[in-house]
Design a protein around this ligand. Structure first.
Ligand SMILES: Cc1ncc(COP(=O)(O)O)c(C=O)c1O
Length: 358
């Protein structure tokens, strides 16, 4: 059966046949390895979004010359839908993700996705796969919008045709324990004038070797420092990073090399609302080490859509390991996480625009 969803942007919907429909089951431990029954696909050509469709989740057919594969013309987003305690489905801050997606598009000259297409496309997709959204205490539905250059040519140039794809899948927790981080004097994730502040697929490829080497030495992920001096703390793994120093929350300011995380923004808002002082400013690894030495570094945590808040157990910099207080004593990160979870579950009033009904 094919119908057109009643939305401003016309979306053709082809539901999966009854024989191919799958049981969602409980969220898998391996993040991002299970996909819901449907996906959204759209093509941009001759200055217009066209062929906007929701279809059964399946392979894409691509030419080997597809420009995204050769020249990295691919950007993405990561966001979530939640089931509230009273069984309503909501998207968490989708406008923020829509804005960031379009900022990423502009940086690599891909066509922007109109907010109506982004919002209505995702709402329609989640509506169709609503059974895939886990119960509020078990997990969430991860939503992965992807946009890539689909030109069938090896010429290096901005894409004349692009594809927008949105897939979803149920997820549980991301990390099972607190993270031990390591810095690098060799590798950097981002640099001034580069693409560290957008979600360009290539950013993740470029950090893979550092992550692999760190993990081979027993570290969970990187504490990224700036590319020029290897002095300023920027991010941790694929998360923004926060420290609690002398009772104050400190996070690196958005300098152009840091991804403006939606969770980062949410946690700053929540912490300020809870009465904590939050500073967004440059932080050197030297300051972190000094704060640890004087006993003033009481907490460190990462924030991101996938993990929400991930505690950091230790930081190793040039062979020196800083061990942080036990997770049970992390009052500030725990208070922020608790409030975030309550808001998403609909147990605590959400700030304007944070929960958008499906
Ligand atoms: C490099 C990087 N930093 C930070 C984040 C956290 O961003 P958000 O909170 O919007 O998920 C992500 C994940 O999207 C990321 O990939």
């Amino acid at each position: 059966m094919t119908t057109t969803a009643g939305v401003a942007t016309s979306i053709r919907v082809t539901p999966v046949s009854a024989s191919r429909r799958r049981e969602p089951g409980t969220p898998q431990p391996a993040f991002g390895s299970v996909f819901s029954d449907h996906m959204l696909v759209a093509t941009h050509r001759d200055g217009q979004w066209r062929d906007i469709e929701i279809v059964p989740y399946d392979q894409l057919s691509l030419s080997p010359a597809t420009s995204a594969l050769h020249y990295g013309l691919a950007i993405f987003e990561g966001m979530k839908a939640y089931r509230t305690v009273d069984d309503h489905l909501v998207l968490f801050r989708p406008q923020k993700h829509s804005e960031r997606l379009n900022r990423s598009c502009r940086r690599v000259v891909l066509p922007e996705v109109p907010e109506a297409l982004f919002m209505e496309g995702i709402r329609e997709l989640v509506r169709l796969d609503r059974e895939w959204v886990p119960p509020s205490d078990e997990g969430s539905l991860y939503i992965r919008p992807l946009l890539f250059g689909a030109d069938d040519t090896l010429r290096v140039k901005p894409a004349a045709s692009s594809r927008f794809v949105v897939m979803t899948g149920p997820v549980g927790g991301y990390f099972s324990s607190a993270l031990n981080l390591v810095t690098s004097q060799e590798y950097a994730r981002a640099f001034a004038g580069g693409t560290g502040d957008i979600k360009l697929s290539g950013n993740y490829g470029a950090s893979m070797l550092a992550e692999k080497e760190a993990q081979a030495k027993g570290y969970a992920t990187m504490l990224w420092l700036d590319a020029k001096e290897h002095l300023y703390v920027e991010e941790c793994g694929v998360m923004n990073v926060f420290f609690v120093i002398a009772g104050k929350v400190v996070t690196p300011n958005l300098s152009g090399t840091i991804l403006p995380g939606v969770t980062r923004d949410s946690v700053i808002t929540i912490l300020r609302d809870l009465g904590f002082s939050v500073e967004e400013r440059p932080i050197t690894i030297t300051e972190v080490i000094a704060a640890h030495k004087s006993g003033q570094l009481t907490e460190c945590f990462g924030t991101g859509t996938a993990a929400a808040i991930a505690h950091v157990s230790a930081i190793t910099h040039e062979g020196e390991e800083l061990t942080l207080p036990a997770v049970g004593r992390r009052e500030i990160a725990s208070a922020a996480l608790d409030r975030l979870v309550q808001i998403r579950a609909g147990r605590h009033p959400a700030p304007e625009g944070w929960l958008v009904p499906i």
